[in-house]
Design a protein around this ligand. Structure first.
Ligand SMILES: [Zn+2]
Ligand SMILES: [Zn+2]
Length: 240
């Protein structure tokens, strides 16, 4: 006979990222809910990191990487990413975004929440996300970054606000050269018309996205926020 509590607190599950059965404990850290084989392939970004973009660095380097040193500090977005963008991580993100495995938002969002807790414990963030253009949203059916923001918000008890709108459709970043990529993004984002940023000037804003490539998307998202008085913008992505 199955004890009644097993129906509410089942003790056998599969790994979040594959079909391997494991014992998983809901209240333990996310890494205990992932099988050993997947854990070994997850390239968590460790310390030390660039103070600005979160890139993993050697001990000997300064605490700001060479890329961030070429960017004016007023344009910095303080980013942290959970994993290095290896083939394994790329495949998980691809399953999440394009293969209908939207429930992967839960473990991915939990990994992001735990990274935030480690990196910026004391900050009381207002969460938001990189918006999709309406046309892309209707093609994909959901905004992958928005869904992750809601998982993080539930886990860390932080509000999620739709702060930004995407005014223009842009091609996927990876299909373009650097200059073309930057010019396509300029002015692509604006503050959502229903948002009164004055109420948020004392809060720390954290934007959620899936992948950090050069940081140009996040910096472009931060511009309309900074123009309206937000001092620092932070971000978190699954991978970089
Ligand atoms: Zn697994
Ligand atoms: Zn950096």
């Amino acid at each position: 006979m199955v004890e009644w509590w097993r129906t509410f607190f089942p003790t056998s599950h599969t790994c979040h990222f594959c079909a391997t059965p494991i014992r998983r404990h809901w209240f333990s850290s996310i890494s205990k809910q992932i099988c050993m084989a997947c854990q070994r392939q997850l390239p968590w970004i460790g310390a030390p990191q660039c103070k600005v973009c979160g890139r993993e660095m050697n001990q000997r380097e300064t605490n700001i990487c060479s890329d961030c040193q070429t960017i004016h500090p007023s344009d910095w977005v303080y980013n942290r990413s959970v994993f290095a963008y290896t083939a394994f991580v790329k495949q998980i993100i691809w399953r999440y975004k394009y293969k209908g495995q939207e429930k992967l938002a839960v473990p991915l969002g939990r990994c992001m929440a735990e990274t935030l807790e480690q990196q910026w414990t004391k900050k009381k963030f207002v969460l938001s996300y990189v918006p999709l253009h309406a046309q892309r949203l209707s093609e994909r059916g959901f905004n992958q970054a928005e869904r992750l923001a809601h998982v993080i918000g539930r886990y860390l008890r932080l509000p999620v606000v739709e702060l930004l709108v995407r005014k223009r459709m842009t091609q996927p970043q990876s299909e373009k050269g650097r200059d073309e990529r930057l010019s396509a993004l300029v002015g692509a984002f604006a503050v959502h018309p229903d948002i009164d940023l004055e109420q948020l000037v004392d809060r720390e804003i954290l934007l959620v996205d899936d992948i950090y490539t050069t940081g140009s998307t996040l910096r472009e998202c931060s511009k309309p926020l900074k123009e309206q008085g937000i001092k620092n913008v932070y971000s978190i992505t699954i991978a970089r």
